[in-house]
Design a protein around this ligand. Structure first.
Ligand code: DGL
Length: 270
């Protein structure tokens, strides 16, 4: 069956943090309908095994395919690292699949040749070595230095992202010797756009901060345009589903999406 331009864009993440990516997509493509799935029953993905993340991701891809999505965007860096190839194979020709790593790797190739670049992300994202493999495969002299920064996600979710506590934690991660003399820092996690200003302040403007949410939104737009799949019809209401619901997830939507949205519970396994 042919993929239709009027179909929605499916975006999924381990939880609510991927709303930073959904927000960037909505800003750049206001006419597209978004169907968001946050796997709040299984978060955090950053500490899970590759096999577990793969199983959850395929199940979510199935939900988004059943919702008729033309494109499935894996907004979660940990799931992009662990499950992109599998999801792509599973979805096959039924929809396009995009992740949040490849657009950033392409961006680095365009802008940071022969430079030392830092990356921060979850344990899953960094320890998978996926960024490093993709960057080394370019063979353009980019020296990528990456560090798992697992305290940052709970810190941001608990609202500790604009005070002395967060400043101290951020400084302690970023002042590690491996990051000495970097020219850019990749924010390789859904949550980190919320501490972009603090990271920028830590480097006092000397290092470019690479926010993957904006880069990924641009790549989604380019992909839709290339395949003639931009939706030019009337805007339909976005939908936001979660595999488990609590008031605190509902509350966190404001933090990550900017505006209040209403979450619907959609259990993955019943
Ligand atoms: N969404 C995850 C990521 O971008 C962060 C939260 C989690 O560990 O589930 O890697």
């Amino acid at each position: 069956m042919a993929i239709k331009a009027s179909a929605p864009i499916g975006i999924f993440d381990s939880g609510i943090g991927g709303l930073t990516v959904a927000k960037a997509v909505r800003q750049l493509l206001p006419n597209e309908q978004i169907i968001y799935f946050g796997d709040t029953a299984h978060l955090p993905y950053g500490d899970k095994s590759t096999a577990a993340i793969q199983a959850y991701s395929v199940k979510i891809a199935d939900v988004l395919l059943n919702a008729g999505c033309k494109l499935i965007l894996i907004a979660c860096n940990s799931a992009s690292a662990a499950a992109f190839d599998l999801v792509k194979a599973y979805v096959a020709s039924k929809a396009h699949v995009e992740n949040v790593i490849d657009p950033v790797v392409d961006y680095l190739r365009e802008t940071h040749l022969h430079q030392k670049v830092g990356l921060i992300g979850t344990k899953q994202t960094v320890n998978s070595g996926v960024y490093l493999q993709k960057i080394n495969a370019l063979n353009v002299g980019i020296d990528l230095q990456s560090l798992p920064t697992p305290l940052l996600v709970p810190m941001i979710e608990e609202g500790f992202h604009k005070n002395e506590v967060s400043e101290a934690i951020i400084a302690s991660y970023l002042s590690q010797p491996l990051f000495e003399d970097i020219k850019a820092m990749v924010l390789g996690c859904t949550h980190y756009p919320l501490i972009k200003a603090q990271i920028h302040a830590f480097y006092q403007g000397r290092v470019s901060i690479i926010d993957s949410s904006e880069i990924v939104a641009k790549s989604v737009k380019a992909l839709l345009a290339y395949h003639n799949l931009m939706d030019h019809g009337a805007k339909r209401e976005d939908q936001f589903m979660v595999s488990d619901f609590t008031p605190s997830f509902q509350h966190a939507t404001k933090l990550f999406f900017g505006t209040s949205i209403s979450l619907k519970k959609y259990p993955l396994w019943e």
